[in-house]
Design a protein around this ligand. Structure first.
Ligand SMILES: Cc1cc2nc3c(=O)[nH]c(=O)nc-3n(C[C@H](O)[C@H](O)[C@H](O)COP(=O)(O)OP(=O)(O)OC[C@H]3O[C@@H](n4cnc5c(N)ncnc54)[C@H](O)[C@@H]3O)c2cc1C
Length: 406
């Protein structure tokens, strides 16, 4: 794949039209946090039939499961998460939304890819029916909670949240932070360690599905943050929350840790598409500005230092677009990137988006520092790509470990 097809471009234009009509007029309210993103995302799903596609795809999966041929991890699951609409229908809305409000993609991606994705992979048919379908259609908001105040990059080793067996139930305690959708989540996929007397680092990771309103579960208000304001982020506090075994997800093909790692692959590859949206928009705005802003009797695009910025942005755009196309080709071939490949994609594209957006601010001068010109918002939003789903430094460790292990 070296270009989008005509059909892809039609989808892209339709999504663009929807964003112009529905998102841009609401950008201030999204940025201030006055407007949570969920109704807009539901509108997107309804407008493009993504809720119906998700429902149909879910039913097909349940039927396959009943017939005893449940799909293994991989392409089938990816299709289920994207509503079954193929690469263009999953990637293009991500890219287009990220040109305007990357937080919308984070809010949507965590609910679909991480919360519903985990339940689809590791849940029984009953658990999938009970929780995943409503998440996949966006009728409900999902969160995926691993990070704790004392353990971010060392997510599993340093995890303090516990599950203690009590009769047929588990008693859950602990706190989580920086949880996307945490303040509004109806359904929370919660990671903790089985308190079985072993040394904390050796304990088994368990994953539970929790519902808003359970006794002892507190969801904080949205945290104030640097950017990504259209994605609410919050804390969770659990104090003796009682969860039946029906809320415990199976370890599936591996441990709770393995399944979370599979999610990192999905999330990191997704950041590449998000980065492309930011880069394309910053480049477009920068070219327009370079052609129209005049100083010393000429347009600033005539200065070679400005041309260098534009040229580097274009190189980043081509490289990140190629990564997105490669990922689509892999999906079509039924191949999932390895953790190291996904980490390399994320490391490169997150840094590229952040650098391009910062350079766009610089190119716009004082206007770049003003909200009206939008590149400052994209620069703040893009910085988050270098932190969540594993920091740049953690991507480097995953790439290097893989290189050195062979
Ligand atoms: C907007 C946003 C949304 C998020 N959403 C979620 C969510 O939905 N669910 C969830 O569970 N988490 C979420 N997170 C948490 C995110 O995954 C963590 O912030 C991230 O993994 C980093 O952990 P930390 O913040 O504790 O930083 P730390 O782990 O404390 O890192 C501090 C610094 O040390 C560096 N460092 C750490 N280890 C090493 C090492 N081995 N070598 C070199 N340097 C190292 C880091 O790169 C960083 O620069 C979100 C975070 C943000 C910002």
């Amino acid at each position: 794949m070296i270009e989008w097809s005509d059909e892809d471009l039609m989808i892209r234009d339709a999504v663009r039209g929807w964003i112009d009509a529905e998102v841009r007029p609401n950008l201030d309210a999204l940025e201030s946090g006055d407007l949570p993103p969920y109704d807009l995302l539901r509108n997107l799903f309804k407008t493009f039939g993504m809720d119906e596609m998700a429902r149909a795809s879910f039913r097909a999966r349940q039927e396959r499961d009943q017939a005893g041929s449940a799909g293994a991890d991989g392409d089938g699951d990816a299709a289920e998460r994207s509503g079954g609409g193929g690469a263009a229908m999953s990637m293009l809305p991500i890219i287009e939304l990220c040109k305007v409000a990357p937080g919308l993609v984070s809010a949507m991606g965590v609910g679909l890819g991480l919360a519903a994705g985990t339940i689809m992979k590791r849940g029984t048919a009953e658990q999938r029916e009970r929780w995943a379908l409503d998440l996949l259609t966006l009728d409900k908001v999902g969160a995926w909670a691993i990070t704790e105040p004392g353990s971010g990059s060392d997510a599993f080793g340093g995890m303090q949240a516990t599950a203690r067996k009590s009769g047929d139930e588990y008693v859950l305690n602990g706190s989580k932070t920086f949880i996307t959708n945490g303040p509004y989540a109806d359904t929370i996929v919660f990671y903790c360690k089985l308190d079985d007397g072993r040394a904390p680092r050796d304990r088994e990771i368990l994953t539970f599905v929790l519902d808003r309103g359970m006794e002892g579960l507190e969801q904080s208000r949205p945290l104030r943050k640097m950017g990504l304001h259209s994605s609410p982020t919050g804390e969770l506090f659990l104090s003796d929350v009682r969860a039946g075994a029906d809320r415990l997800l199976a370890s599936g093909s591996g441990s709770g840790k393995d399944s979370a790692r599979q999610n990192f692959v999905t999330e990191r590859a997704g950041v590449t598409a998000m980065a492309l949206g930011v880069i394309e928009e910053c480049l477009k705005l920068s070219v327009e500005y370079a052609k129209t802003r005049e100083l010393w009797g000429q347009r600033i695009g005539d200065f070679q230092l400005i041309q260098l910025k534009l040229a580097k942005m274009e190189v980043a755009r081509l490289n990140v677009q190629n990564l997105v196309f490669r990922h689509i080709e892999m999906q079509r071939a039924g191949r999932t990137p390895t953790l190291a490949e996904a980490s390399a994609m994320k490391l490169y594209s997150a840094q590229a988006a952040s650098e391009v957006a910062q350079e766009a601010v610089q190119l716009f001068g004082g206007n770049g520092y003003m909200s009206e010109y939008r590149v400052e918002q994209l620069a703040r939003d893009a910085k988050s790509f270098q932190i969540y789903a594993g920091t740049d430094e953690i991507q480097i460790t995953h790439i290097a470990r893989d290189l050195l292990s062979s």
